[in-house]
Design a protein around this ligand. Sequence first.
Ligand SMILES: *[C@@H]1O[C@H](CO)[C@@H](O)[C@H](O)[C@H]1NC(C)=O
Length: 215
Amino acid sequence: MKIILATIALHFFIFSTNSCLSWAAGAADQPVLDTDGDKVLANVQYYILSAIRGAGGGGLDLGSPEDKLCPKFVVQDPFENGTPVLFHPVNTSDPVVHEFTDVNIEFAPGLDAYCRSSTVWKLDDYDSSSGKWWITTDGDKGNPGPQTLTNWFKIRKSGGFGYTLGFCPTVCESCVTLCNYINKFPDGKNTRLALNKKPEGSPWVFVKASEKHSK
Ligand SMILES: *[C@@H]1O[C@H](CO)[C@@H](O)[C@H](O)[C@H]1NC(C)=O
């Protein structure tokens, strides 16, 4: 694990000095807002939808290619809202999700019965065939520290409309980690989330799942 993380850090340090600073600094812990202008709350279900409507729209979902069914990874469903997520802030007594703050993100099923895996987001190991660090599931929730580094994500306002996601965990003071924006990339028939070498990420909005159902 230590070796893997060291490799991650070395590989990305070259590209990501700027994006790292922008994720780590600031510490402006503004609450993240949903599409109604309400604070995004811990343990409440939200769809993560593209801030771009029409082509390129759609929500985040669990997906898999034909040749590697488990664990499922994070895809964008181009036509539907996808699967709602729950946010779990690193500070478990904080009911509100804040910008620049570590959160676990979990697809609401909680457990993928077919794969027998968790639906908590996780940064996968480096995929040398695609040159990507994909976001997958079967992560661990809570227990901030070196052993859970790959399970923490951050949210910040995008340059335009909506929010972008990033990976820049600060759950371990002595750990060297990478910091990168998360963007969507094509992978076969899927559109998947992965770290971006460039300091830019796809813009998303958060829509209360209960409202969406009742509309
Ligand atoms: C955690 O959240 C609670 C509630 O917002 C707050 O009072 C407390 O100061 C936070 N703890 C830390 C370590 O930030």
